[in-house]
Design a protein around this ligand. Structure first.
Ligand code: SF4
Length: 329
């Protein structure tokens, strides 16, 4: 069975963009592949200057994953730093990665602009650590959004270079594009993200969902209730197509003829989001009531991941002739 690897920064409670863009995809992949779902806490340190919330964010994120259908009996769910071999492989792969490859990565340049006071070494090496994440478990497939394709291409180049220098160890990971590559936030402009505060958490109560949806930007040309709307440019309508698919055509036509107002339209959307997520909220409440459940899942995941990681590291060291002295005889 082919192996999928996917890493996620610990961002706490997940939002609709995560759910529609990534989590649903991860759930579906479990039936087709052996999946490794990893909370990449070391990656987070490249931009985090304060780790006070780190453990809480890991907990909330994993709780959302499991409630959304990621099954720890099928998939390996673990935290990156709990399998320290990844740092060893990162160091070894960094020796075969030309610095020029890393300096030309667009996200490195963006990060330098975003945090000029904290241009740390880890930021430059980020793609090497990402490659180590995938290669350590010999991942064949990596689910990605289109914006992450250049990172994956770099990972392929790094493992290709390692294989050509030392002999074959790693498969070249293939991209698998998600079916929802981009979910816009409530501002209708930026990708849905906590950092833009344009998101709806999937664990939010129906009341909070309603409050958040009411803040959504609609068709800017529709100033008055009597104005005809343009659903094709309205993000509320885009969300209706996901959460109210059976009535989307009707909503579009009512919008164009000013037969429906934006408040009513948003109200419907909020109710449909709320009812779609209700089974998720119920499962989340059950899982969170079990003491230490998340810690147990992560410990079991780390054990399964470490078993494979150790074998890979041994293979890499043999190829690189980094054997211990006892192996010389
Ligand atoms: Fe958007 Fe609905 Fe308002 Fe039309 S009626 S502009 S689809 S919110």
């Amino acid at each position: 069975m082919k192996r999928v690897f996917s890493g996620f920064r610990p961002t706490g409670k997940q939002h609709l963009g995560n759910y529609l863009g990534t989590i649903q995809n991860c759930v579906a992949l479990q039936d087709e592949y052996e999946c490794f779902y990893c909370v990449v806490d070391i990656h987070a340190l490249t931009t985090l200057e304060n780790t006070e919330r780190l453990q809480e964010d890991i907990y909330e994120m994993v709780l959302d994953w499991l409630a959304a259908g990621i099954d720890p009996q099928k998939s390996v769910v673990f935290v990156q730093s709990h399998v320290p071999e990844v740092m060893e492989l990162h160091t070894l792969l960094s020796m075969v990665t030309p610095l020029s490859w890393l300096l030309r990565v667009p996200t490195f340049k963006e990060k330098v602009k975003m945090q000029p006071h904290n241009v740390n070494y880890g930021l430059v090496g980020y793609p090497v650590l990402m490659t180590a994440d995938i290669a350590l478990y010999k991942g064949d497939i990596v689910p990605v959004g289109e914006d992450q394709l250049p990172h994956l291409e770099l990972a392929r180049e790094i493992v290709r270079r390692f294989n050509s220098l030392f002999g074959f160890v790693f498969p070249e990971p293939q991209a698998r594009l998600t079916s929802f590559p981009l979910i816009l936030g409530l501002d209708g402009v930026q990708k849905m993200s906590k950092s833009y505060d344009n998101h709806i958490e999937i664990s939010a109560s129906p009341q909070v969902i309603m409050e958040r949806v009411m803040t959504a930007v609609t068709d800017p040309a529709r100033q008055f209730r009597s104005d005809a709307g343009h659903p094709e440019i309205c993000n509320v309508f885009r969300l209706h197509k996901i959460f109210t698919p059976a009535s989307a055509d009707e909503i579009a036509s009512e919008c164009r003829s000013a037969g429906i107002g934006c408040v009513t339209c948003k109200n419907m959307l909020a109710q449909n989001i709320g009812s779609t997520l209700e089974p998720f909220r119920e499962r989340r409440a059950v899982l969170s009531s079990k003491p230490d459940y998340i810690a147990q899942v992560l410990a079991q995941g780390a054990n399964r991941a470490e078993f494979i990681a150790r074998k890979t590291i041994r293979e890499v060291k043999e190829k690189m002739r980094l054997l211990r002295r006892s192996n010389y005889s």
